[in-house]
Design a protein around this ligand. Sequence first.
Ligand SMILES: [Zn+2]
Length: 136
Amino acid sequence: MTVIDVRRLKAQKIYSGELRLDFVPEEGLLAIPYVGFSGPVVAALRYEIFEDDCVEVKGSITFTLEGACSRCLAQAKETFTGEVYGLFETPEGDGETYGYRNVVELGELMRDSLLFALPPRLLCGQCTNDEKNGEN
Ligand SMILES: [Zn+2]
């Protein structure tokens, strides 16, 4: 997992930047039967290092789910996008924020962002249309 090396960036007087990363999510995050991730999760992030050494990381994650429609079991595939927002404080987070020492580790933020973005189910195109039209 990519890290933000805050100590090195500050030494270079770099206080903000963008980064892209992709990662394979851990098994078990997804609780929809017969559905899995199709390929890695892709994150497009922007970070900013503030004067008090807080680091703000925000952006988006995109991932594709593939498997059986939760309604009719037909093959379904859909791409989802979720928001990423995290504030890192050194040396400790306060429960709402994350902690870091010299280097911001993105793993926990990525995991939390993904959990928040996961849909409760996956629907095929037909079932999505049926629900929009109010049919059961
Ligand atoms: Zn369906």
